[in-house]
Design a binder for this molecule. Sequence first.
Ligand SMILES: C[S@@+](CC[C@H](N)C(=O)[O-])C[C@H]1O[C@@H](n2cnc3c(N)ncnc32)[C@H](O)[C@@H]1O
Length: 196
Amino acid sequence: MKTTNQYYNDNAQSFFTTTVNVDVQKLYDRFLPRVDNHGKILDAGCGSGRDSKNFISLGYKVVAFDASESLVAMASEYIGQQVIQATFSTFKSAPADFDAIWACASLLHVAKRDLKKTFLHLSDHLKTNGIFYCSFKYGNTEQVRNGRFFVDMNEQNLKDTLLSTQLEIEETWISSDARPGREAEQWLNAILVKKD
Ligand SMILES: C[S@@+](CC[C@H](N)C(=O)[O-])C[C@H]1O[C@@H](n2cnc3c(N)ncnc32)[C@H](O)[C@@H]1O
């Protein structure tokens, strides 16, 4: 069976084309007011670089990474700065280097048994009181769909996953998929805050 990373490498051009212009302003509206002006944002699993490009244009400092070599090349060109090729578990920077982490529709590819340690590893890079946005398809299963592994999450799963971490759920909400024709797909969105 092909891995999720192979899927993104094999389908990088079509994935880039279909996601780079998706309008996620409603998500920015929940996230950006909580991030200091000119703060530093980590775009974890940045895909096309759509969100990094927007954050940079607004004056934020951005570090972006993605596991897919092909998407890293495309996103680097698109955002005009080098995107790092790394996975959620191999990404490294100075501790507490970021004001915010943006993980839009990306942690949904991490197996449930690995999610807690992935949140812990990423949040090591977040300042105290820093903000962590993440989103998952709404549900309660793990499965491979069309060549990609997905963990679907609901409010309770997320709460259980974050038990005994410094990440506190500030807000969750459900949204419809922003891609035309896919409005019936529901997403769980969450804003987390790193506590002392
Ligand atoms: C559904 S796409 C979302 C991309 C982008 N954040 C967006 O909202 O359009 C998931 C992204 O996560 C990346 N990804 C999947 N597993 C990853 C991992 N273990 N570490 C880092 N990135 C990963 C994929 O390469 C892909 O770019």
